[in-house]
Ligand binder design. Structure first.
Ligand code: NI
Length: 142
């Protein structure tokens, strides 16, 4: 009841977005399993997670060590070349890359990253924003 009252005061803006049908189907199946009543509520929660993750990364300070995980579609034009260029130009941060072919379309790469939190965050942001990259996650161990 209270939540409803609070939402009444929030300015709501309608946006449209384009999604691959496969992703939308997966979202709808997941919403049913999680008892969401509509897509908008689920997408708002997903966006809050995305923003919380961004905020967490950008609050990291000093020297860190961790693992970066990338999931991407290898057949997106130019993507693998771009990834290799970025890996070569960030040798100080990323020294090893393990590559797994998940299926015919998708690849998983894990890299140990070590260096300044700011530079590592920039790298994760840059990789995550590339077309064809589905996930770019950072796990910090120290
Ligand atoms: Ni692969």
């Amino acid at each position: 009841m209270r939540k409803f009252a609070v939402e009444q005061m929030v300015k709501i803006t309608r946006v449209s977005l384009t999604l691959p049908q496969e992703l939308l189907d997966e979202l709808d199946r997941s919403l049913k399993a999680q008892n969401y009543s509509n897509r908008s509520e689920a997408i708002r929660d997903a966006l809050r997670d995305f923003l919380a993750s961004y905020k967490w990364r950008h609050e990291l300070k000093g020297e860190i060590i961790g693992v970066m995980v990338l999931v991407y579609e290898h057949d997106v034009r130019g993507l693998t070349d771009t990834l290799i260029d970025i890996q070569h130009s960030s040798r100080g941060i990323m020294s090893t890359v393990q590559h797994v072919h998940i299926d015919a379309k998708n690849c998983l790469e894990t890299s140990v990253v070590r260096g300044s939190a700011g530079e590592i965050c920039k790298l994760v942001d840059r990789l995550g924003a590339l077309r064809g990259v589905k996930q770019a996650k950072l796990v910090v161990v120290k």
